[in-house]
Every structure is written in structure tokens, then in C-alpha cells.
Ligand binder design. Structure first.
Ligand code: SAM
Ligand code: SF4
Length: 353
């Protein structure tokens, strides 16, 4: 396999995944008894920011236009996921989904194809202020905004772009468009740890649900190091200097976030300890990459190519069967904590977080 560079490899395409031992059930079952119901659809590798824990400074190499799934291909695959494979939740991601001009058309197509299924988006919210109303009208019900700091200089340093004001306007526009609940995700980094208290205070004031996420070894620059990562335990110490926190556990068993009541509630803060407390045994995700492969685990470079099948005229059921095979062969877990762990070739921005 040849690596094109910085996070977007040529993937192991073409192999038809083995279905040996799989019971004949329609849904996305794996060998460990997990069932995937939550689909993450990455729609681009492009981004308006360059977060250091995700992208290289120059951005990811562009996916050639003819290798990118079109809006109507995405709508068809979303329909197959819901109607044939039992998926119950769809989240658009990237790269930055707002970089696609046809996002509204794609959401509207999905709304028609899978009525009643919640459609949400993970976004950095840059420029969202201009599109929130149209996206809501197209059927987008919710956004998860990634925001690591409310300090403008810190934000600019971490994302390599001075766009904090646009992000804050985007969050308010999403609320004005009726998207609710508004969730904010923050990756824990040493340089923003002290400011985590201000971020939580801002989210409480703006009625956003904040979740902190441990940094995973999925940065394109491959600079992640265990002894440099901020852990959930360190974060709790810092938050405890200003807030009174009481553990309430997970609000939903399939959610990776552990919830803490803030100052007696009702507001909570979530912590996703993806590295120090892995939740792989409860994983219910399946991922579609922007270039049309199924990736059953963030950390596994084994991908199943649906784009070629689509373009060679495969039926919906043939595509569904390829997807079932991809999930049947899903790994037990990410193995970050095992000796000899090797980070995957695609970085987070190239997979879709
Ligand atoms: N651009 C959008 C955004 O930032 O929300 C969507 C794509 S981004 C890859 C999705 C999520 O992955 C973001 O919440 C981001 O913070 C997270 N992420 C990126 N790199 C990560 C890493 N190395 N470890 C943990 N989370 C990461
Ligand atoms: Fe872009 Fe999102 Fe990656 Fe930041 S985390 S560089 S906003 S894709």
C-alpha cells in the first residue's frame, strides 16, 4: 500500500469481507455481539481550521473530485443504512462539513430518504451563522460544535486560525435556528487545560452541553505522545478548582461520555476518556469516509470500498451485504494501550471524527 501523505492513504480496497460464521440477520452485527446503529458520514477532507491535534499546517491532500462521493450517492447510502441495516442516527462530519456547498441539498435529500431519523452534524461552526437557518430548514436537527477555548489567542494558536468570533456567532445562530440541544466538544490539550474552567463557565452561561474528549493518536503530524496528553483525571482536578462536580455516570449506555453534575445541577459536563478508559466494548458506530469506504473502527485501516460497488451498478442489497461484512470483521478495540500500538494511516480529519 502506498501512502500519499499526511493522513489520506490509499486504502486496502477491493477485498470482499468474509461473512464466515455470521448469522443471517439484517443489522450491522460484529463478532463481539455489538450492533452498529450510529452512522458517521464524512463528506470532505477540507477544513477552514488546522487544529494541531488533527490536521497538518498545510491541510490534508485533496481527494480528487471523482473519488469524492456525490450528494446523491451519500443520500442513497444513508437510505441503505437506515432501511436495510437498521441504522437509527446519522451524523455528518469531515473535515469540515460546511466546506461543502451542497450540504443543504444533501441534508434535504436525506430528510426525504429517511424521514424521522435524526440528522446532526459535527462542525467547527466557522461560517455557520450564514447557513444555520437553511440547514435547519433542510432538516438538520442538531449540531455538535468543536470549541477548545474561549480565549481568542489560545484558540488561534490551537487551530492556527483567528476565527473564534465566527465560531461564537455560529453557535448563537444554530440556537436561533432552533437546533437543540446545543453540544460543544473540546479536545483536552496541555495548552488549553487551564482555560477549561472558562470554557465550562461560558457553556453554562450559553446553555450549551460541554463534553471534553481525551486526545487520541489520530493527529496527521503523528505527534501524539502518552506522556504529553491530558487525562480525564487531570481535567477533573482543574475543573474542581472552580466547580463542585458530582459523578452521575453515563446518561445512555452507548454514549461514551461520563456525566458530572455541575454545582448541584441541573447542568452537567461530560468527559470522554477515550484513551484512559476505553469504551470500545460498547461501540455502536459505523463510519463512511468521504471517498466512499466503510471504516468499522477509527483505528483500523481495513476499509471496504462501497464507492466502486455503487458506480459499478451494485443493487442496494449487494451494497448492504458488503457493509454487513465490513462490520462483521470489526476489531474488538483500538489497542492504544497495548505494546506495539501503531497509529492508523488516516488521521482524524481524513476519517471523520
Ligand atoms: N471539523 C469538524 C469539527 O471539528 O467538529 C468535524 C470533523 S472533526 C475531525 C470531528 C471531531 O474530532 C472534533 O470534535 C475534533 O475535536 C475531534 N478530533 C480531531 N482530532 C482528534 C484527536 N486527535 N483526538 C480526539 N479528538 C479529535
Ligand atoms: Fe478541522 Fe475539525 Fe480537524 Fe479542527 S478538528 S482541523 S476543525 S476537521
Amino acid at each position: 500500500m502506498t501512502v500519499i501523505g499526511m493522513g489520506i492513504p490509499t486504502v486496502r480496497r477491493g477485498a470482499v469481507p468474509s461473512l464466515d460464521g455470521r448469522p443471517e440477520v439484517p443489522y450491522l452485527l460484529d463478532k463481539f455481539g455489538r450492533v452498529a446503529k450510529d452512522l458517521r458520514v464524512s463528506i470532505t477532507e477540507k477544513c477552514s481550521l488546522r487544529c494541531t491535534y488533527c490536521m497538518p499546517e498545510e491541510g490534508l491532500p485533496a481527494i480528487p473530485q471523482d473519488q469524492l462521493l456525490t450528494s446523491s450517492e451519500i443520500v442513497r447510502l444513508v437510505g441503505i443504512a437506515v432501511h436495510r441495516l437498521g441504522v437509527t442516527e446519522i451524523r455528518f462530519t469531515g473535515g469540515e462539513p460546511l466546506m461543502r456547498r451542497d450540504l443543504e441539498e444533501m441534508i434535504a435529500g436525506c430528510t426525504r430518504a429517511v424521514p424521522g431519523i435524526p440528522l446532526s452534524m459535527t462542525t467547527n461552526a466557522v461560517g455557520l451563522e450564514h447557513r444555520a437557518a437553511g440547514l435547519a430548514e433542510a432538516g438538520l436537527s442538531r449540531v455538535n460544535v468543536s470549541l477548545d477555548s474561549v480565549d481568542r489567542a489560545e484558540f488561534a494558536q490551537l487551530t492556527r486560525r483567528d476565527r473564534l468570533p465566527s465560531v461564537l456567532r455560529g453557535i448563537r445562530a444554530a440556537r436561533a435556528a432552533g437546533m437543540s440541544p446545543l453540544k460543544v466538544n473540546a479536545v483536552l490539550m496541555p495548552q488549553t487545560l487551564a482555560g477549561a474552567v472558562d470554557l465550562l463557565a461560558w457553556c453554562l452561561a450559553e446553555e450549551c452541553e460541554l463534553r471534553f474528549i481525551e486526545e487520541m493518536p489520530l493527529d496527521a503530524d503523528q505527534e501524539w505522545a502518552r506522556n504529553n496528553m491530558v487525562t480525564a483525571a487531570q481535567l477533573l482536578d482543574v475543573l474542581g478548582t472552580r466547580f463542585d462536580l458530582a459523578e452521575v455516570g453515563r446518561d445512555d449506555p452507548s454514549s461514551p461520555a461520563e456525566e458530572w453534575l455541575v454545582d448541584g445541577g441541573p447542568a452537567t459536563v461530560g468527559i470522554i476518556a477515550s484513551v484512559t478508559r476505553s469504551f470500545c466494548s460498547d461501540c455502536d458506530r459505523t463510519r463512511l469516509t468521504a471517498d466512499g469506504t466503510i471504516r468499522s473502527c477509527l483505528f483500523s485501516d481495513h476499509e471496504v470500498d462501497l464507492r466502486s460497488a455503487l458506480r459499478l451498478g451494485a443493487s442496494d442489497e449487494e451494497i448492504a451485504q458488503l457493509w454487513r461484512g465490513a462490520m462483521w470483521n470489526k476489531w474488538a478495540g483500538h489497542g492504544i494501550n497495548a505494546d506495539g500500538f501503531v497509529p492508523p494511516e488516516r488521521s482524524m480529519g481524513a476519517i471523520g471524527g
